[in-house]
Ligand binder design. Structure first.
Ligand SMILES: [Zn+2]
Length: 361
């Protein structure tokens, strides 16, 4: 279902008569109801072990190279899978929504996923649901505690958005011999103010061309965040870009101002590497999560039950990993030039449909 991007168990069940299933399963495809019911009873650990085997195969075949800086990154990302006013299960989180008809309780699910970023391949490693009554960082730490056992040497740096500028996350990284990197925003006011003050006296490293200019500032040894066990480093990248608007051809100046806080030393990662890591977090969000959600329908509620929802998410992750590895590593560059990922997915789908008996027209 995921590899063909069918999007629902009902769409899958429309291929039940295909001889593909008898050939592969030795029996007809189970009904959507049975698949949903079985997903709720599955051993999630067993499924995570399948994901780990995919990682080990890729690692052994040298498909997971770090970038030129030699460091492997892992990215943490929170994702809300669905929200509803009506149905609830034991894993539902809840919040109060103020509507024109008064306050209403909304139920929703959220999970944290961790993915590896190599030079040109992204691999979704694992995911963990946020439980009722806890925050996302707590769920992320539970996820990291499991990931560090299963993948102790898979990554060097863990990246997160501003939510992860949190002492629990930074101290976890320090305790486990990893580096942490997070977006720095106003909620860490003391550290941010301290950095802004010191940066005023520092000459920036500047690079520019006719359309782009960036100013980098970089200082380490900040102790203004006493809850974190080690001094931290702050990097700022102020970027301006001239863009021509498609609508009226007018040239406009766009500026962005980023601060990151990290435990990475300057000896380990240059300013440019930190900036690259900081920005790559957003690429991941676009490439990893958006693909998983929009193209792979990973957050569709195939069955509203906590285990089933996690099982379907992990299956989608495994599907995406195998598919991306096949696309990037097995297909010849010439084939990749003429075939998009969607094109290849349609070929896989055709394998299901071609043997279908033809309906009378
Ligand atoms: Zn629920």
């Amino acid at each position: 279902m995921f590899l063909c991007r069918l999007g629902s168990l009902n769409a899958l069940s429309q291929t039940r008569e295909s001889s593909f299933w008898r050939r592969w399963l030795g029996r007809p495809l189970p009904s959507p109801d049975t698949i949903g019911r079985v997903a709720a009873l599955m051993d999630v650990g067993g499924l995570r072990a399948v994901g780990k085997r995919v990682y080990e195969r890729l690692k052994r075949s040298k498909a997971l190279d770090p970038g030129p800086h030699g460091l492997m990154g892992a990215v943490l990302d929170g994702h809300e899978t669905h929200a509803t006013f009506q149905r609830r299960c034991a894993g539902c989180l809840q919040r109060t929504i103020h509507t024109t008809r008064g306050e209403r309780i909304q139920y929703y699910h959220r999970l944290v996923a961790v993915s590896l970023i190599g030079r040109d391949l992204r691999l979704m490693l694992d995911a963990e649901p946020v439980r009722p009554g806890e925050d996302e960082v707590s769920a992320a730490l539970r996820l990291l505690d499991r990931v560090i056992v299963a993948y102790p040497r898979a990554f060097d740096v863990i990246l997160g958005d501003a939510l992860y500028a949190d002492p629990r996350f930074f101290n976890w990284a320090v305790d486990h011999g990893k580096d942490a990197l997070a977006v720095l925003k106003d909620d860490r006011r003391d550290l941010l103010q301290d950095a802004r003050r010191l940066f005023e006296d520092q000459a920036p490293s500047i690079a520019e061309d006719p359309t782009f200019r960036r100013e980098w500032r970089d200082l380490e040894g900040f102790t203004t965040w006493p809850q974190v066990k080690t001094p931290v480093r702050v990097v700022r990248s102020f970027e301006t870009r001239r863009v021509r608007r498609q609508l009226d051809g007018e040239v406009r100046q766009e500026a962005s101002d980023w601060y990151w806080v990290t435990t990475l030393s300057r000896a380990r990662a240059s300013t440019g590497t930190v900036v690259q890591w900081g920005h790559s977090r957003w690429d991941i969000e676009n490439q990893g999560f958006n693909a998983l959600v929009n193209e792979w329908r990973a957050d569709h509620v195939y069955r509203h039950e906590p285990t089933a929802m996690l099982v379907f998410w992990l299956l989608a992750q495994i599907g995406l990993n195998v598919f991306s590895a096949f696309f990037r590593r097995n297909l010849k560059p010439a084939a990749r030039r003429v075939m998009s990922m969607l094109h290849v997915a349609r070929h896989v789908q055709a394998e299901l449909y071609i043997p279908l008996p033809r309906a009378p027209t």
